[in-house]
Design a protein around this ligand. Structure first.
Ligand code: NAD
Length: 352
């Protein structure tokens, strides 16, 4: 029997394909805007400038200072640039860091956002913003944060290095994994997760061999859209909480941390809701947790928190912070249980 559900509706317009970057000026005009501030990281500044050139008189300038974890100092500088240029929308070209900056400007100014994701991290479809002030990261959800338009251009992902290809894809799979047991899951999101898992399973080994494989790039970006949508429309639990603690309090890198944690958080919750995680076990083989670990290993993902800069004495404190405030999770979150999970992820053994 179909489980009772509420479907909130999808509110972001999505354009997907090859060469779709050329449609960005039309998308800005469609929103009724005439002055777009183009955002990027310093690394993608040249691409942002080229995009601004195609926007012509619809470009209000380029701000190429986006940084990981959305530091508020950077946002304040960008908001000043946005207001100074009398911009009325932002065009965010890049990964989750650039999307985060666009969201931070939007929530402060009411700007509309056109996002062009170039990694698989999956921020573009969500109403979630994580920001860092005085070394502390806080996360909030607000409808004003969700982008109006997302333009997926497969061609822009051809330059994504293999390392970030793999880790940002595992970051996306983590959204899918937690969506499968989210209390507010619904059949649309479940269907998107079932689309995403085999698409990533097939694309990642091909991309680890040949990052220019256009068909695999297309499959991976499609899967990323599905996973981002999952993150954007249902609530997250233990996995995202732990990744947040390790990134926020210990400065661990975002995508790599998600990649290392994923098999272990999956295995932890599989003990309680193995039936709900069956799509993962069926896609990757074995149990869901072990299947993901073997898959991650086969595509060259990092496997040990020890390799990401965490030290063994950090594990106690991480377990303490992660269990300080209660939150909903399918399996009760005990300090002992989380400490064990972290030890396994620290050592990088296949979860049992
Ligand atoms: P990122 O955006 O920090 O990008 C990493 C580096 O790769 C940057 O220098 C970037 O310019 C470069 N890069 C991106 N795409 C490239 C491409 N196609 N070719 C070459 N270089 C490219 O990394 P990320 O993993 O995408 O994002 C991480 C951030 O996203 C974190 O701050 C995280 O908190 C946030 N995030 C937020 C949400 C949300 O819903 N709020 C979801 C996922 C991630």
């Amino acid at each position: 029997m179909t489980r009772p559900f509420t479907f909130p509706g999808l509110t972001t317009r999505v354009v997907f394909g090859h060469g779709t970057l050329a449609q960005v000026p039309d998308e800005v005009a469609r929103l009724g805007h005439s002055r777009a501030l183009v955002l990027s990281t310093p690394h993608q500044k040249a691409e942002a400038e080229a995009l601004a050139a195609t926007l012509g008189d619809k470009a209000a300038g380029v701000f190429a200072g986006a940084a990981m974890h959305t530091p508020v100092e950077v946002t304040e500088e960008a908001v000043a640039a946005f207001r100074g240029a009398q911009a009325n929308c932002v065009v965010s070209l890049g990964g989750g860091s650039t999307t985060g900056l666009g969201k931070a400007i939007a929530v402060r100014t009411g700007a509309d956002q056109v996002v062009i994701p170039t990694t698989y991290a999956g921020s573009e479809m969500t109403d979630i913003l994580g920001e860092t002030a005085a070394g502390e990261k806080t996360t909030r959800r607000d409808p004003a944060i969700r982008p109006e338009v997302v333009v997926y251009d497969v061609d822009l992902t051809l330059t994504l290095p293999v390392g970030l290809t793999v880790t940002s894809a595992l970051n996306a799979i983590a959204h899918a994994m937690e969506a499968l047991y989210a209390p507010d899951r619904n059949p649309v999101i479940e269907a998107m997760v079932r689309e995403a898992l085999p698409a990533f399973r097939d694309a990642l080994p091909a991309l680890a061999q040949d990052p220019q494989d256009r068909e695999a790039r297309s499959g991976a970006l499609y899967a990323a859209w599905c996973c981002s949508t999952a993150l954007g429309y249902v609530s997250m639990a233990l996995h995202h909480k732990l990744a947040h603690v390790l990134g926020g309090s210990f400065g661990l890198p975002h995508a790599e941390t998600h990649a290392v944690l994923l098999p272990h958080t999956t295995a932890y919750n599989e003990a309680a809701v193995g039936d709900l995680l069956k799509p993962i076990a069926q896609t990757f083989g074995g149990t869901a947790g072990a299947g993901l670990w073997h898959f991650a290993k086969s595509v060259g993902a990092p496997l040990r928190l020890a390799d990401l800069g965490l030290t063994e004495p950090d594990l106690d404190r991480a377990a303490e912070i992660a269990t300080k405030n209660p939150y909903e999770n399918p399996r009760p979150v005990s300090r002992v249980g989380i400490r064990q999970l972290l030890q396994q992820a620290y050592d990088g053994h296949c979860p049992t």
